[in-house]
Design a protein around this ligand. Structure first.
Ligand SMILES: NC(=O)C1=CN([C@@H]2O[C@H](COP(=O)(O)OP(=O)(O)OC[C@H]3O[C@@H](n4cnc5c(N)ncnc54)[C@H](O)[C@@H]3O)[C@@H](O)[C@H]2O)C=CC1
Ligand SMILES: O=C1O[C@H](COP(=O)(O)O)[C@@H](O)[C@H](O)[C@H]1O
Length: 256
């Protein structure tokens, strides 16, 4: 990819994971919400994704966008997700198609399907021996308004793909935690996404050829209720981490 790749929400945790792994692989343009403490190693702009003029300038000349910016809190208010997540994502898509950007990778979430975790299914579905598996073909089933906003972002992608042809990959990210899986949290261990696997998955989403996809973004955990088969087939995702290989913070099993 010769032209710059725009990374919105670049100052956050997912942005950190992507830049940790892929800093040298792309000509990055970062969109930050507020001035950084340290000067970034990449070109950057500062502003809000709901600011049309800023967003139009940010997409100029880019070949792809990884759109992370938004309110990531499951307990976020409707006002916040309406503005930051829904309006912000629509403005990004509008700018992207006006500029002729080829690819849009969208940070969706496990919370878009959180209500599948019913009382009768949990906690068994978080365990390796349980065979309940979502594969990305199911309809969204959010368990909170944040999840509603993430599902809406996926639908915006469907509309902009069908109407304007932009390639869209929605990544339903699980629980991104640095260095080791969440501790004493079965659900988090089932949907753990390690930093290296997060970077690799986003590289796959930038490089693969597709039209419109919904994939789950988790590591290759023994515990899982999200299938990563489609991410493997559609994107070539080949995760290297597994929450079962850790005891607390310590890695006790080497994959190879
Ligand atoms: N961290 C995780 O485990 C997961 C994250 N996600 C999604 O990934 C994306 C990134 O999440 P994190 O990095 O964890 O969150 P974060 O809060 O660490 O980073 C988000 C960044 O977006 C910026 N931002 C928020 N509203 C903005 C706006 N209106 N305009 C410009 N920038 C804005 C924030 O200032 C922050 O730097 C979010 O969209 C979130 O919904 C989805 C599933 C799991
Ligand atoms: O979408 C998100 O999901 C992760 C994992 O959810 P949680 O309910 O297990 O915390 C969350 O940590 C992250 O903030 C959120 O954006």
């Amino acid at each position: 990819m010769d032209d710059p790749v725009l990374l919105t929400g670049a100052g956050g945790r997912v942005g950190e994971a992507i830049l940790d792994g892929l800093a040298e692989d792309y000509d990055w343009r970062l969109l930050l919400h507020s001035p950084p403490d340290e000067e970034p190693d990449h070109e950057y702009m500062i502003g809000d994704v709901t600011d049309e003029a800023l967003v139009n300038a940010a997409v100029e000349g880019v070949s792809a966008i990884i759109h992370l910016a938004g309110d990531p809190r499951p307990e976020a208010s409707w006002d916040s997700v309406l503005e930051n997540n829904i309006d912000g994502t629509q403005k990004m898509y509008e700018a992207a198609v006006s500029e002729g950007v080829e690819k849009f990778v969208y940070a969706s979430s496990n919370h878009a399907v959180g209500a599948f975790e019913t009382e009768t299914r949990t906690p068994e579905m978080y365990r390796p021996e349980d065979d309940f598996l979502l594969d990305g073909t199911e309809l969204p089933r959010p368990g909170n308004l944040y999840g509603v906003s993430k599902a809406t972002g996926e639908v915006l992608g469907r509309y902009y793909h069908d109407t304007y042809g932009i390639d869209v990959c929605n990544v339903r990210i699980g629980n991104l935690t640095k260095n080791h899986p969440p501790i004493d949290y079965e659900r988090g261990q089932a949907m753990w996404l390690s930093y290296p696997d997060c970077a690799h998955l986003h590289q796959c989403a930038l490089e693969a050829e597709y039209d419109f996809e919904i994939v789950y973004g988790i590591s290759d955990n023994d515990r899982k209720y999200y299938s990563i088969q489609h991410a493997r087939e559609a994107l070539g995702y080949d995760p290297q981490d597994n929450s079962a290989h850790f005891e607390g913070e310590e890695k006790v099993v080497d994959r190879n």
